[in-house]
Design a protein around this ligand. Structure first.
Ligand code: ADP
Ligand code: 5GP
Length: 188
């Protein structure tokens, strides 16, 4: 059974979703870990696709029952976590798990999986560029953008706890970099 996992973490707006989607397209043997969250679905999001959507009460019950490999209150009152059942579901198919989690979650998952995990921290070339990308993405209010930028400063303090730091400046270079570290890890 293949029990490898690849973890991507990044401050919001650094390009994590962009890189994760690129890697998933190239690797049919890799499968995205669907997290549980207590936040409400956005737009066209569906239960079991983007997330398993739980009420706050159910999320807390599952924490108490020890059902999470890791969880974090990423934003105030909004919980996100990786269910043991999700890890087992993907491994049962023999697939490599790909995680998209916040920075603290990434550090915790690396501790949990050890050498079976490759952890990658993605960062924009500067905080100014990060702010510009969040503005250009046009999904957050000016207040939310400043909140994310302020959080990024704290999150950058965790980069040395990851196996690899990927600077996402030119996108094609970042894709090539991500492909290389993932391929090296999978061929070990
Ligand atoms: P995250 O998932 O980390 O929040 P996204 O993948 O949504 O970040 O990227 C944030 C925004 O920046 C998106 O609009 C994306 O298209 C854009 N973006 C990502 N990488 C680059 C890059 N190398 N150069 C310019 N824009 C980028
Ligand atoms: P969003 O609400 O925008 O979908 O996600 C917010 C943040 O939660 C992102 O940084 C995302 O990586 C993080 N996140 C998603 N799932 C998990 C998880 O299972 N665990 C942790 N720790 N963070 C997660």
């Amino acid at each position: 059974m293949n029990n490898k996992v690849v973890i991507f973490s990044a401050p919001s707006g650094s390009g994590k979703s962009t890189v994760v989607n690129h890697i998933l397209k190239l690797h049919p043997e890799m499968e995205f870990s669907v997290s549980a969250t207590s936040r409400a679905p956005r737009g066209t999001e569906q239960d079991g696709v983007e997330y398993y959507f739980l009420s706050t009460e159910e999320f807390r019950d599952r924490i108490a029952a020890g059902e999470f490999v890791e969880f974090e209150e990423v934003y105030e009152g909004r919980f996100y976590g990786t269910l043991r059942s999700e890890v087992e579901r993907i491994w049962a198919k023999g697939n490599v798990i790909i995680f998209d989690v916040d920075v603290k979650g990434g550090v915790n998952l690396k501790k949990y999986f050890g050498d079976a995990a490759l952890s990658v921290f993605i960062k924009a070339p500067s905080v100014e560029v990060l702010r510009e990308r969040l503005i250009a993405r046009n999904t957050d209010s000016p207040e939310a953008i400043e909140e994310r930028v302020a959080k990024a400063a704290e999150e950058l303090g965790y980069e040395n706890r990851f196996d690899y730091v990927l600077v996402n400046d030119d996108l094609e270079t970042a894709f090539a970099d991500a492909e290389r570290v993932v391929d090296e890890f999978l061929s070990k």
